[in-house]
Design a binder for this molecule. Structure first.
Ligand code: BMA
Length: 318
């Protein structure tokens, strides 16, 4: 029985108070609260969440917490589609799935900008999480899920991308930039693996976390079934000096839909992360959207996640 318990130990311990945010916690009309970026700022935890409005389009809102579990939403949204023409034309259908990369005093937000021309990635920045300034659109269509590493490498920034092509579907790529606006030298770094939990598509999730053994990349992977797609989370480890060098991709997922609010909702069978916060004690709080409807949190051990990448890897490029 002891052995059985050990084998069934979960890598991520779900918080017993999940879901931590639902539409009922938001002081303006929304239908969902999900896929939040997460960051610690001035000792507070901040979730920058996505919400569907009743027209089916999305906006971004902020909720704040002292302990990472009990959040209070701001009275008004943080980002709605821009009225500045340069951005407005590409945000007409809404803004979605943000990530936050903090470098020095600047917090860079990458978000999906949807329009009749497809989905592109916008870059915005804030210093105080009260006001926000758009910087540029940093991809062409069709690109979602861009996360920027919170560091420079020989003077260059690096990001994980998720382009799509018919020949090589939905892989994780890596690109470089000198200024965060112009990106290039792109290369694929992780592919879905055939008949594996992430065989249909993969994409960057949380902003990578620096550990002693490498950058931890918590990503999402999708498996197609007769009942639709299942979204799960997995982990990969990237070299500290050169993140295009993937040191290992865990063969196993770390989180799969299980709780009722992950199994059913706006889109069923979905756990999807846009942010995780490392703590001083070696744990990490992973935040995820459940069924594209609510926000959840769970705790994992960083060493254990790294060991999953190095100890039981599958090929990064198949
Ligand atoms: C992806 C994105 C995510 C969403 C997921 C599951 O393609 O649209 O925002 O969480 O599908 O519906």
């Amino acid at each position: 029985m002891g052995q059985r318990t050990m084998n069934h130990k979960r890598v991520v311990t779900r918080y017993e108070g999940n879901p931590i945010l639902t539409k009922h916690d938001i002081p303006y009309p929304v239908e969902t609260v999900h896929n939040s970026a997460a960051v610690k700022f001035n000792g507070q935890y901040i979730l920058l969440f996505r919400s569907h409005l009743r027209n089916g389009r999305s906006i971004l809102g902020i909720a704040r917490s002292d302990d990472g579990y009990k959040f209070l939403a701001d009275p008004t949204p943080f980002m709605t589609p821009s009225s500045d023409n340069q951005f407005a034309v590409h945000e007409e259908y809404g803004v979605e799935d943000p990530r936050i990369c903090s470098i020095a005093d600047e917090h860079y937000i990458t978000y999906s900008a949807y329009s009749r021309f497809g989905v592109r990635i916008g870059l915005a920045k804030t210093r105080d999480f009260e006001t926000v300034e758009r910087v540029s659109l940093i991809s062409q269509a069709d690109m979602r899920n861009i996360v920027i590493f919170p560091a420079t490498f020989n003077g260059r920034y690096a990001r994980l991308d998720r382009p799509h092509s018919e020949i090589n579907p939905w892989c994780i790529w890596l690109s470089w930039s000198l200024d965060l606006v112009h990106w290039g030298d792109s290369m694929p770094v992780i592919q879905p693996l055939a008949y594996h939990w992430d065989e249909m598509k993969i994409g960057p999730g949380a902003t990578p976390i620096r550990t002693a053994k490498g950058w931890l990349n918590i990503y999402h992977g999708v498996f197609p079934t007769m009942d639709g797609c299942v979204y799960r989370l997995g982990v990969a480890l990237h070299d500290l000096e050169d993140p295009s060098n993937v040191l290992g991709v865990s063969d196993d997922w770390i989180l799969s839909p299980q709780d009722p609010w992950e199994l059913t909702g706006y889109v069923h069978n979905v756990v999807f992360t846009c942010g995780a916060i490392p703590e001083d004690d070696g744990s990490v709080k992973i935040y995820w959207g459940g069924a594209d409807s609510v926000m959840c949190v769970g705790v994992a051990n960083l060493d254990e996640l790294v060991e999953l990448c190095l100890g039981n890897p599958r090929p990064a490029l198949s």
